[in-house]
Design a protein around this ligand. Structure first.
Ligand SMILES: Cc1cc2nc3c(=O)[nH]c(=O)nc-3n(C[C@H](O)[C@H](O)[C@H](O)COP(=O)(O)O)c2cc1C
Length: 309
């Protein structure tokens, strides 16, 4: 038996790799797709688009793309790039879902839009998306400053729509996957967990910092001129959280490649979720996917047992 996320995306295991600009490349996506889940390639960077175009030569399994709407709102040519690459699943994010949903669907795509609030979910539903990626504020990367956690947001939105939902934010293992299904999801999306894998192309220092982080290891930063982001604490975030001087505007994303790929953990901000505190080893992607999937039913049974019924 399969569920709607498995059917719509054409995958065996309803585990989806998160869109991550610069990081969600062909190597990572192919590893996830070959493991039975859904790898997703970013399309904001030229390297990401090159990877998307060549991905069909690397795997016969389904692969998806991320379309960051804000970056493409004036250039619909991205729809042709995605459609031409032979992918059928698109996660749209960061922008008005009405801009691309119909065009992508007309080109044969299944479209899930990433939402972090109830209002954003309503907008996406009105735009006619095929499903929602509901992302709680504990997740890594761009966030709404006033966002709710996955524990609150997921059942809240699930109670208001019949669309299939992929849960994101705080999910890294069988227990958190099982919890997401109880709360109304039919699939899970993993960002931080996928960073701490052998196949992720980020520097070892970034992977080690994720493994080392404790439950206070990330912070939500809202620096003027930048999107609100959940990132690892470092000297840059400490400066902004201790002195919220709006005049000291900097572009936090400027040197992000030096951090992601050069390993200089003080060069910029390291988009990372709170779930880093639960990640204790760097694993091959296939181990992450298969351990989660195999352990999910067991985790549900353990929950029942704790109920005492
Ligand atoms: C390093 C990093 C980069 C990210 N970049 C993007 C992005 O470019 N577009 C996007 O929609 N989400 C982005 N996100 C959010 C993820 O897609 C995902 O929803 C989130 O990481 C889920 O929470 P988790 O980190 O607890 O797994 C990013 C997350 C991380 C950790």
């Amino acid at each position: 038996m399969t569920n709607r996320v498995q059917d719509l995306l054409g995958i065996e295991i309803p585990i989806i790799q998160a869109p991550m600009t610069f990081i969600a490349n062909a190597a990572l996506a192919v590893a996830v797709s070959e493991a039975g889940g859904m790898g997703v390639i970013e399309t904001l960077s030229p390297q990401g688009r090159e990877d998307l175009v060549r991905v069909r030569t690397l795997t016969e399994k389904p692969v998806g793309a991320n379309l960051m709407i804000q970056g493409w709102k004036n250039d619909p040519s991205i729809v042709d790039v995605i459609a031409g690459a032979g992918v059928t699943y698109v996660a749209t994010s960061a922008g008005h879902p009405g801009l691309f949903t119909e065009r992508l669907q007309d080109a044969g795509m299944t479209v899930f839009h990433v939402v972090g609030t109830e209002a954003a979910a309503r907008k996406a539903i009105d735009a006619g998306v095929d499903g929602l990626v509901v992302e709680g504020v504990e997740g890594g990367g761009f966030k709404g400053a006033l966002g709710a956690s996955t524990m609150v947001l997921l059942p809240l939105i699930a109670s208001q729509t019949d669309l299939p939902i992929i849960a994101a934010g705080g999910i890294c293992d069988a227990a958190s996957m099982a919890a997401a299904f109880v709360l109304g999801a039919e699939g899970v999306q993993l960002g931080t967990r996928m960073l701490a894998t052998v196949e992720a192309g980020v520097h070892q220092n970034f992977k080690d910092a994720i493994v080392a982080a404790d439950d206070a290891g990330t912070v939500l930063v809202s620096v003027p001129g930048n999107p609100t982001m959940r990132v690892l604490r470092n000297s840059i975030t400490e400066a902004f959280t201790s002195d919220r001087d709006a005049s000291s505007t900097v572009h936090l994303l400027g040197q992000i490649s030096d951090l992601y790929f050069g390993g200089d953990m003080e060069a910029s901000v390291a988009n990372t979720g709170q779930v880093s505190s639960r990640i204790t080893t760097v694993l091959p992607v296939a181990d992450v996917v298969h351990q989660m999937w195999a352990g999910c039913l067991e985790a549900l049974d353990a929950g029942r047992a704790r109920l005492g019924g």
